[in-house]
Ligand binder design. Structure first.
Ligand code: SF4
Length: 451
């Protein structure tokens, strides 16, 4: 083991796009000769890849950095490097809260993390401290190939673009990651082939807005063409679409969802709300009416559809009636898997200037209430799955001795959706057909039909 350049441990926080950033940084470090270790204690450098999206995620990032700095103080870690989405927009906060970090590398400068660590190693002491945060880098199209993967071997995230052109009033991501830029198709295809050659049989499409793909580089939306090409990779089994934007979903994409067997009838499409006045204040460019029409079109043309969505409650100006409208929408089962967030009043977001802000207690009351509604809808939906046979993949060991294998059906994305508990012991990464015999609410019990 050549430890000349030292050992590096990583903490990856935030969304799948941040996870890909961690994987590419790790891939770059490993190819340069750094030794990657899962152990923080004893590592020469710990890199924390932060999330800056919401106050809650920034708090989590600061706490994590704080823990690593404690290890440094105790001499169990030599250097602490902070990377990711917090560095660009929240540098002052980092300087104030974690002044003893050795380097700050913004999300858009992540390609430079290797030279920062190399300099740190060679100089023994970086001129306190390196802050790499170049605003022009917000226009870069990144190369996510040669990753060191952090996901289980059988699935991988495939990012197709960077940044976002939407102006949702509650969101700071465009100011962090810059304007939308599609990755070149051939680069994505080569990356997809690399991931499949590396054992991935499920590819999960991610972006800030996957459905805008091609609009900037080809002058028209070409996600459906790209997905059809990726689905053409022989060994690939599942292709899962995440982060669709309602107003950008095309008929061509819906057609492909209906007819391409590898493209799962699964679509993650954050709707955020269904009340037209609230959607207008959110600057979503959609209305309650256009949303319902889109969902009806999807349901009509994609019979095997599983729709995941996320919502925000307690947005400034949201009335009780508008909140109830959203509860009613969830109760009717328009979406199959739902995540709901309490509104977070972000100082760098446009919505920070809005009137009609609700007291925190009221926001949390609504959040608690709607989580119950979402859970009841989910449990009712899962109950209706009992008796059905589904395609699934094994993921590991479950805590249930009678159903010792944990798995995931085609209707469930990793980490965020429901899990299957399978009768019998199976190694991870097996593709099986299983009959659902019982619903436990979030989890489903299933018996394997054919290996
Ligand atoms: S689509 Fe809206 S919420 Fe999503 S990243 Fe873009 S601005 Fe933010």
């Amino acid at each position: 083991m050549n430890t000349a350049l030292g050992t590096v441990a990583f903490v990856s926080l935030g969304c799948p796009k941040n996870l890909i950033d961690s994987e590419t940084m790790l891939g770059g470090l490993a190819s340069e000769g750094f030794v990657i270790t899962p152990e923080y204690r004893g590592a020469d450098v710990v890199v924390i890849n932060t999330c800056g999206f919401l106050d809650a995620s920034r708090q989590e990032s600061l706490e994590t950095i704080g823990r690593m700095l404690e290890l440094k103080q105790r001499g169990e870690v030599k250097r602490v490097v902070v990377a990711g989405c917090m560095v660009g927009n929240y540098r002052d906060l980092l300087e104030r809260e974690v002044p003893h970090a050795d380097a700050l590398v913004s999300v858009n400068d992540r390609a430079q993390v290797t030279s920062v660590l190399r300099e740190l190693r060679q100089s023994g002491e970086l001129a306190r401290k390196a802050v790499i945060s170049d605003p022009d880098a917000r226009g870069t199209i990144y190369d996510d190939r040669r990753r060191l993967r952090l996901t289980p071997r059988h699935y991988a995230y495939l990012r197709i673009s960077e940044g976002c052109n939407h102006t949702c009033s509650f969101c700071v991501i465009p100011s962090i990651r810059g304007r939308f830029r599609s990755k070149p198709r051939d680069q994505i295809l080569q990356e997809a082939r690399e991931l499949v050659a590396d054992g991935a049989r499920e590819l999960i499409i991610v972006a800030q807005d996957s459905t805008y793909y091609g609009q900037d580089s080809e002058g028209r939306k070409t996600l459906h063409e790209l997905l059809a090409e990726v689905a053409g990779i022989p060994e690939l089994r599942w292709l899962r679409l995440m982060y669709a934007y309602p107003s950008q979903v095309t008929d061509e994409l819906i057609d492909l969802l209906a007819r391409e067997p590898k493209l799962l009838g699964y679509i993650d499409m954050p709707l955020q709300h269904v009340s037209t006045p609230v959607l207008a204040r959110m600057k979503r460019g959609t209305t309650g009416e256009t949303t319902l029409r889109l969902l009806e079109r999807l349901r009509a043309r994609v019979p095997r559809l599983t729709l995941r969505s996320t919502f925000i409650v307690g947005f400034p100006g949201e009335t009780e009636a508008q909140f109830e409208e959203l509860c009613g929408f969830l109760r009717q089962g328009y979406v199959d898997r739902a995540g709901v967030f309490p509104y977070s009043d972000e100082p760098q977001a446009q919505s920070f200037e809005l009137d009609g802000k609700l007291p925190e207690a009221e926001i949390m009351r609504r959040h608690g209430r709607i989580m119950e509604v979402a859970q009841q809808a989910l449990f009712a939906r899962n109950e209706r799955l009992v008796g059905q046979t589904v395609e699934c993949v094994t993921e590991g060991v479950s805590q249930d001795p009678k159903y010792p294998t944990e798995g995931r059906s085609a209707m469930d994305a990793p980490e965020i959706d429901c899990t299957l508990r399978l009768k019998g012991e199976f190694a991870p990464g097996q593709w099986l057909r299983a009959r659902i015999v019982r619903s436990l609410g979030f989890d489903l019990l299933a018996e394997v039909e054919r290996a």
